[in-house]
Write a protein that binds this ligand. Structure first.
Ligand code: FES
Length: 63
């Protein structure tokens, strides 16, 4: 899914930014070497970051 049309930032890129420490949409843009243009992607990127923050990084197998 494309989150930022202006800068072609997709879900995979947001995930990579998060794994490198990005916690805000601004930090995702910075990770990509870009800046907000229209800013309409801010909520979409934040929503993806929220999912990643809530999801456990590693699933523990049930015994
Ligand atoms: S859609 Fe991201 S800055 Fe425009």
């Amino acid at each position: 899914m494309i989150h930022c049309i202006c800068n072609n930032i997709n879900t995979e890129t947001v995930d990579q930014a998060k794994s490198c420490g990005a916690k805000t949409p601004e930090q995702v843009q910075s990770f990509c070497g870009t800046e907000f243009n229209c800013g309409q992607c801010r909520e979409s990127i934040q929503a993806r970051l929220d999912v990643l923050i809530e999801a456990p990084a590693v699933l523990v197998a049930a015994e």
